[in-house]
Design a protein around this ligand. Structure first.
Ligand code: F6R
Ligand code: MG
Ligand code: MG
Length: 372
């Protein structure tokens, strides 16, 4: 049976009023480009949306992961949108397109990518997470809860296909190497790694029983590619749900409460993760707080399940009032943290600040230091 691939590829190619939100003209270009690609038979279906200032291209196709054609399509779409952003003099136009020419795969060129290829089940629900003003390791806590914490996911205790556990691939972003750990046996060792969010991030998860793919996350570190601060690596993540995977409600319940993630203003602060619906997917207060959207989709015959007019059907999960508590907690925490200004721990520690513009400021002071 032919396998379906879900590709979530995103980039910040310019936004309205600083780093706030993707404006309509850029959406239009993305929709036009992807509609042409669908017409030409390259992709089967698509949905364009935004996480704050990031343009998000969700596509389904039969070309597999890391397909040059699909990545090329995303790159050309981002280029076209960046050109329009430049004409409009939007802010940060083309900021995530770190190289001039496409060379086969957008990974390492600026855009973020999460992809999963799988044989479709009778019905295949997927949650698409996209976040702004934070980094891929922001999903470490969420994914651990969903796939390894029985107090979060009842299925780990109740569903015979899940009691065996899951396998987590963790990327060491500093040394560019990966390790696979199996839960529940190695859950403490897994936590020992992924609690260090500055360095380790979960890249993929498989169900241990049959090695079926369960989740995939983007793992771009722009600062490590560019060697300097070029904005945060606002991440995306795909999670499969139901029938032997965590239920949709188990995948989203970690956001019943907020938790702290690195990013926010100038990529330099701890900020409370705020779940929002698409209509609130924009960053405002202190360029945030870091926001996350969750879209529920169904994969059907290689496509996003669509309505009678052929429009993909999207469940905008965090638009629900059930996430009001987390939003209120996030704002309360935001107000406490902002009172601390530039004092740690509101501001990130020195290692993370190496990749911001702070070292330039410190350098100016260097000649004034005298031996104590
Ligand atoms: C965070 C982000 C923003 C900017 C901030 C300053 O990822 O992109 O918080 O860092 O708005 O931007 P510049 O230096 O471009 O004025
Ligand atoms: Mg931006
Ligand atoms: Mg962004």
């Amino acid at each position: 049976m032919v396998k379906t691939t879900v590709s979530m590829i995103k980039a910040d190619v310019g936004s309205l009023a600083g780093h706030t939100v993707v404006p309509e003209p850029l959406f239009r270009i993305a929709r036009e480009r992807l509609a042409e690609a669908k017409e030409a038979g390259l992709i089967n279906s698509f949905y364009v949306f935004n996480a704050g200032d990031d343009l998000e291209l969700l596509m389904t196709h039969f070309k597999g992961e890391n397909s040059e054609e699909i990545h090329g399509l995303a790159w050309d779409t981002f280029k076209a949108a960046a050109d329009r952003a430049k004409e409009l003099k939007l802010y940060g136009a083309g900021q995530d397109l770190l190289v001039d020419a496409f060379s086969g795969n957008v990974k390492g060129m600026g855009p973020g990518v999460a992809e999963m290829e799988f044989e479709e089940r009778g019905s295949d629900p997927v949650v698409v997470f996209a976040a702004d003003k934070t980094e891929p390791a922001a999903f470490n806590y969420l994914l651990y809860k969903v796939f390894a914490d029985p107090f979060n996911t009842a299925g780990l205790v109740i569903d015979p296909r899940m009691v065996v556990g899951f396998k987590f691939e963790v990327l060491d972003a500093i040394e560019s190497k990966t390790v696979v750990l199996k839960t529940p046996e190695e859950s403490y060792s897994l936590l020992a790694l992924i609690g260090t969010t500055e360095r380790y991030m979960i890249s993929r998860i498989w169900r241990a029983e049959d090695d079926e793919i369960a989740a995939a996350s983007s793992t771009t570190k722009l600062s490590l590619i560019a060697g300097k601060y070029v904005g945060k690596d606002d991440p995306v993540c795909l999670v499969r749900g139901q029938s032997g995977f965590p239920a949709m409600g188990e995948i989203t319940v970690p956001l019943l409460h907020t938790y702290l993630v690195a990013g926010w203003m100038r990529g330099s602060h701890w900020g409370p993760f705020m779940p929002v619906g698409l209509k609130d997917s924009r960053c405002t207060v202190f360029d945030g707080p870091p926001r996350i959207v969750a879209l529920g989709i169904q994969i059907a015959d290689g496509k996003l399940a669509s309505d009678d007019e052929g429009r993909p059907m999207i469940a905008d999960i965090f638009a629900d009032p059930a996430f009001d508590l987390a939003r209120r907690e996030a704002l309360e925490l935001a107000s406490h943290l902002r009172r601390m200004g530039e004092f740690e721990p509101a501001r990130l520690g020195p290692a993370a600040m190496e990749y911001t513009t702070l070292p330039q400021v410190l350098k100016q002071l260097e000649p004034r230091f005298r031996k104590a």
